[in-house]
Design a protein around this ligand. Sequence first.
Ligand code: NAD
Length: 327
Amino acid sequence: MRIFIYDLRDDEREYAIETAKQLHVDIEWTAEKLTLDTVDLSRGFQAVSILGHSTVDQAVLQRLKANHINFLSTRTIGYNHIDVQAAKQLGIQVANSEYAPNGVAEFTVMLMLMSIRKYKQALFRGNVNDYSLVGLQGQEMKDLTVGILGSGKIGSTVVNCLSGFGCNILVYDPYPNQMLKQKATFVDLDTLYAKSDVISLHLPLLADTYHMINDEAIARMKPGVVLINCARGGLVDIGALIKGIETKKIGALGLDVIENEEGIYHQDRRTDILRNREMAYLRQFPNVTMTQHMAFYTDAAVRSMVVTSLESLVSFMQTGDCKYTLR
Ligand code: NAD
């Protein structure tokens, strides 16, 4: 069995080699994305693995099929970069990957703590030998109510992580995860907005959740609310966030994702002129901590993405199906 891996990062290579050995498959790779220009690199292979930067549209899929490639897997959970329907019509089986929610959940808690302890400022001050305390007084988790929006894999892991801090935990989810009932109180959205000192988002970006955190939602929140977003940038209206910070309605922001981050995050753009004004403006506030969509990025998660991708392709070839088939 021969698998061609596109867009293989240096930090994935060791896991790919180790997994291929265990699965008894031959692999070759490139750092290039899968595009119409690079699709022929995988000619002669039976299956292809990609990352989320490859846009796999009908034209690319047709070319893969013409090269006798019937199996594709993405080393990501999200798969909106693949035209799954077109793949289906062409008879190409597609799978996504999986990793444990712990990395994102722990990063979320870190952003909460950094926000309530004003750590961005403390870190910046230390860099210029300013060791003063003024303006750095923080809060303790045991005194706070934390509202979690979405009780799926990541939201429920955040609740589990938080349960040791002694904070009051509220959760809103139209499909509540009953397993959390011992640790959190399920409430409606209005109650969560009105009562929470910290609000953290863990829900998917869908048509009805796009910009759900907007002026109107922020108006319903407590003065000084801390907002954390480790889910998707489009859940939040960035203009409303800026207004919230400027008026001090929002006390602090911890953002691992932001709208229009594509083409910026995960790239070195130091010498480029960036045109995302709102992002640059928001970043400069002392109480806004922004990270480059890296909550997922742990050794365990990267390994799991590589392993599940290669295992799925082998399972497709051996049994015609796999655990992560996209149907
Ligand atoms: P999940 O599918 O397991 O859970 C999502 C939950 O949201 C479900 O329980 C669902 O019922 C709930 N939900 C749907 N609509 C809702 C609404 N309007 N209000 C409240 N809850 C609602 O998803 P997950 O794996 O826990 O992922 C959560 C988010 O984290 C997703 O947006 C995902 O894209 C994002 N994510 C970010 C990173 C990162 O590195 N920052 C990594 C992985 C996932």
